[in-house]
Write a protein that binds this ligand. Structure first.
Ligand code: AMP
Length: 228
């Protein structure tokens, strides 16, 4: 089933620490179900690169691996939600990250006669996350993800997907910043697992295995919601 045949928009939240695979899985779900990935990290990086006031305020906080203020994050998200492509439904990746954001999200969706249909917590071992995140990089042209240890391009220096030859790394994907990001996750975001569990919308998915196996588990949950 594609977005245009769905009866109503489906909104999904992916929860999990940095490195859990939220972005990878969100992109796979986009392709499979026609939902739109909304990554507040991507939106904030866009604002930083564009030099907007929100971006200027967020830059140093992101470099340290701390959380950007709810006010800034909500402003960039709200702006994005006004664009027509998200009407089909969304996969929220990296949002909400605080209780205040979760409450604000309910309000934003209610104003659009929508709701959160499912929250999926990607369950991973923290110890493995530092190595996972510190080795990752992407193709600068198409965004395909790679890893120094786990996924090199078939031909060194050439993107498998678009044959591009420039690659980039996020400035916050270094071991020290990842540790701060993991602490922020446990202190401020992990409590949302219980928040959504109490609302009966939470599923936990074991996410240390193969990317395709995890995608299958997520696909089952989403097909159930969309009737696909
Ligand atoms: P991510 O791409 O999701 O790993 O986010 C990268 C960085 O952007 C985080 O370490 C935070 O500094 C900031 N960020 C992204 N999303 C949020 C959010 N929902 N709330 C606060 N800060 C965020």
């Amino acid at each position: 089933m594609t977005a245009d045949t769905m009866t109503r928009p489906v909104n999904l939240i992916l929860l999990g620490p940095p490195g859990a695979g939220k972005g990878t899985q969100a992109r796979m779900l986009e392709d499979a179900f026609g939902l739109v990935q909304l990554s507040t990290g991507d939106l904030l990086r866009g604002a930083v690169n564009a030099g907007t006031p929100a971006g200027l305020a967020a830059k140093s906080v992101m470099e340290k691996g701390e959380l950007v203020s709810d006010e800034i994050v909500l402003a960039v998200l709200e702006e994005r939600l006004q664009q027509p492509d998200v009407a089909a439904g969304t996969i929220l990746d990296g949002f909400p990250r605080t209780a205040a954001q979760a409450e604000a999200l309910d309000g934003l969706l209610a104003a659009r006669n929508q709701q959160i249909d499912a929250v999926i917590s990607l369950e991973v071992d923290d110890d493995a996350m530092v190595a996972r995140v510190s080795g990752r990089y992407t193709c600068a042209d198409c965004g395909e993800g790679y890893h120094d240890e786990f996924k090199q391009p078939a031909t060194a220096g050439v993107c498998d997907k678009c044959q591009g030859s420039s690659f980039k790394r996020r400035p916050d994907d270094n071991a020290e910043t990842v540790r701060t990001r993991l602490s922020a996750y446990h202190a401020q975001t992990a409590p949302l697992i219980e928040y959504y569990n109490a609302r009966g919308t939470l599923s936990k998915v074991a996410a240390m295995g193969a990317i395709d196996d995890i995608a299958k588990a997520l696909g089952k949950i989403v097909s159930h919601l969309t009737g696909a």
